[in-house]
Design a protein around this ligand. Structure first.
Ligand SMILES: [Zn+2]
Length: 339
């Protein structure tokens, strides 16, 4: 380690959990952050300050003013310029720690690009807002033996669980299938800014154990937090399911393009999100969306106006998003309101 690094990271080196050997490993490490919204932008800042060698940042969205209360890396100018989050994050990281090599991918993580974006990671941090992507990360990480750290936050509530392939339960050991109904999201239920940093901090702590060369220090547990009405609870994660289709039988359907929630152009400036296995209670969804914009619904469909987009949702979960011709944008709008 050169003298400048030894000085810069001296307080982290002094911490016995990391030490000089751990810092050296961190400086050589590569972390991939999937989703650079609230959780992911905190992961990126914390890991850059900790001195990770390489960061890959993946995000398909643009910075908006309504992101700024909880998305720690971004500033008003990023929203004014409507910068892609991955690009805005890379720009800010360069100012925080110019020695970090950053790859900014303005992209939707899909089965088609997963190998390119995730392959050489020492750890993958979940900063996504949807289960589709989490099951894709889980299948990829287990198939390649890469540790990943699940995290989620909405309202004042959050949850995190590390997955160390071969040792701890994977996402599909605990939740064999993605949730089938619409989930609360930050757009529909709101979010407290500090639940995001609390969950992201727990994820980064586990990531630093892995990146400093001590994956065995990561405890197999599920942490839930409620920073408004409740407290912090930690339980042991269930043991690995000896019959888990993913980590035991090594079946990885979420890596197949055909398993993916498809999205395709339908007409001019509209994209259809083909989701068939997700029955939606339109009356309940109407109640959730009404405070957010104009909603019209009958038993066959619900139309929700979220300028510049308009989304029509059908009871089987299928939706048509008007106002874009980009499938990634349509998926993003869908995930924002349905999880
Ligand atoms: Zn499993």
């Amino acid at each position: 380690m050169n003298p400048a690094d030894r000085d810069r990271y001296s307080r982290q080196i002094l911490f016995p959990g990391i030490g000089e050997r751990g810092q050296q490993a961190i400086l050589r490490s590569h972390a991939v952050i999937v989703g650079c919204g609230a959780l992911g932008s905190f992961h990126a800042a914390a890991l850059a300050r900790a001195g990770v060698g390489r960061l890959t940042l993946i995000d398909r969205d643009y910075v908006e003013p309504s992101n700024l209360h909880r998305q720690w890396l971004y500033e008003e100018c990023d929203a004014a310029e409507s910068l892609p989050k991955a690009a805005a994050a890379a720009r800010r990281i360069a100012r925080i720690n110019s020695s970090v090599e950053v790859r900014a991918a303005v992209a939707d993580l899909t089965p088609a690009n997963a190998a390119d974006l995730l392959s050489h990671a020492d750890a993958i941090l979940d900063g996504t807002d949807n289960f589709d992507t989490r099951y894709l990360i889980n299948d990829f990480a287990v198939s390649r033996g890469i540790p990943w750290i699940y995290g989620g936050a909405v309202a004042a509530y959050g949850l995190t669980m590390p997955v160390i392939p071969g040792r701890t339960a994977c996402l599909r050991c605990v939740y064999p299938e993605p949730p089938s109904a619409a989930q609360p999201t930050c757009e529909t239920a709101g979010v407290l800014n500090v639940i995001v940093s609390a969950v992201a901090s727990l994820q980064v702590a586990d990531a630093l154990k892995i990146l400093s060369g001590q994956p065995e220090a990561v405890a197999a547990r599920i942490t839930t937090l409620d920073l408004w009405d409740g407290g912090i609870r930690q339980i042991s994660a269930p043991a690995r399911d000896p019959d888990c289709p993913c980590c035991a039988r090594r079946e990885f359907p979420h890596l197949e393009e055909s398993a993916r929630q498809a999205a395709s152009l339908c007409g001019r400036n509209a994209v259809q999100v083909h989701e068939r296995a997700r029955p939606i209670d339109l009356a309940a969804l109407r109640e959730r969306l009404e405070p957010l914009g104009e909603v019209r619904a009958n038993e066959y469909a619900l139309r929700f106006s979220a300028p510049p987009y308009e989304m029509t949702i059908f009871p089987d979960g299928r939706a048509i998003v008007k106002g874009t011709s980009d499938p990634a944008v349509a998926r993003s709008v869908y995930a924002k309101y349905l999880g």
